[in-house]
Design a protein around this ligand. Structure first.
Ligand code: N2P
Length: 340
């Protein structure tokens, strides 16, 4: 009898431990420089759920880590076009809307995006553009688009995103070709252009390109709008320009991968960041375009007037899933960077 009791007690204790550990952590795999520590700490303090924040620097890196398996993420942050791939491949958990009562804080235009029209799998986190930051104190000639940036006189004065799809898109835009018109013939044109352009680049950096602009290593950057917005805030000499040939507009999302173990904690985190005062903290640290209408009401006029965070006009284009051509893009840029 005693023995049975001991076994029962041990099982109950083990059950408790298992329950506690299942409840007490969240493995977040997100873009670098995107989720403020303050937000993570606030969530942990309130819920007791510890957050492990691992970072990636491109959608393609996120996808390959997920496919490779090995790590078990509970919450991931793909952009719209990559979420399109993941939904098609059944890689995401359908969200439980009952656990996300704050969804109504999102502005209507962020609630019916083409990749997931009724937010069945993805919740907008932040939106933004890819544009050109220029140190206008040093660069006196007008910069309106990609063709102005990639000129011989700016050799070794450029930092650009380390992102293959972005690079190819800029070259396509300069040829008058849309971001999703990725055919073999168009890729050949992009390749010829990038062959001219890439030798001019001093640095590739998707994590913190602004740093190289701030410390004067380079004078022009093609970078995420949140980076451009920080530069503008630091000093208005850093203009942010949407390329006249066409600029990429992205929406980054939160979603739960199929292998997630802490699905409830993931929902709790999503709902937490939908709180206006929490979402505002994200805008304060990383001034992208906030899709949360209630949070926007808390932003200062200066934040809303930042031309990189809230552009007034521009020719904007979103990316879509391009299937197997994504592999061709990776190969093309890898070849060019290695000199072939
Ligand atoms: C954050 C970069 C997020 C923008 N550093 C890329 N979609």
């Amino acid at each position: 009898m005693k023995m049975l009791q001991r076994i029962l007690t041990a099982t109950a204790a083990f059950g408790l431990v298992a329950f506690a550990s299942a409840k007490s952590e969240l493995n977040l795999f997100a873009w670098s420089e995107y989720v403020p520590q303050e937000v993570i700490d606030g969530f942990t303090k309130e819920t007791g759920i510890a957050v492990n924040y691992e970072t990636f620097s491109s959608n393609e890196e996120l996808l390959s880590k997920l496919i490779a398996g090995g790590s078990s993420y509970d919450l991931i942050q793909p952009s719209d076009y990559m979420a399109e791939v993941m939904i098609r491949e059944n890689m995401l958990v359908a969200l439980d809307k009952k656990k996300l009562p704050l969804l109504s804080n999102l502005a209507p235009e962020f609630r019916s995006l083409p990749h997931d029209t009724d937010l069945a799998y993805t919740i907008p986190y932040m939106s933004g553009t890819v544009g050109i930051s220029v140190n206008t104190e040093v660069v006196k000639d007008p910069i309106k688009g990609y063709k102005d940036v990639f000129q011989a006189k700016y050799k070794d004065r450029l930092v650009v995103l380390n992102d293959n799809r972005e690079l190819v898109t800029w070259a396509l835009a300069a040829e008058g070709i849309g971001a999703n018109e990725v055919t073999d013939a168009n890729l050949a044109k992009a390749k010829a252009r990038l062959k001219e352009w890439l030798p001019l680049v001093k640095l590739y950096d998707s994590d913190s390109p602004k740093t190289h602009m701030l410390n004067g290593e380079v004078d022009i950057g093609i970078l995420w709008s949140g980076e451009g917005a920080i530069l503008w805030n630091e000093n208005h000499k850093f203009a942010y320009i949407l390329p006249e040939e066409g600029a990429h507009r992205f929406v980054d999302l939160l979603c739960i991968p199929a292998q997630a173990k802490n699905v409830d904690a993931a929902h709790q985190f999503i709902n937490y960041i939908l709180r206006p005062e929490v979402s505002k903290l994200i805008s304060d640290a990383f001034p992208y375009t906030n899709p949360n209408a209630e949070a926007r009401k808390l932003l200062t006029p200066e934040q809303l007037a930042n031309p990189a965070s809230y552009p007034k006009d521009g020719k904007l284009e979103t990316f879509h899933d391009i299937g197997k051509r994504a592999v061709a893009i990776d190969q093309l840029v890898t070849d060019l960077k290695s000199g072939s």
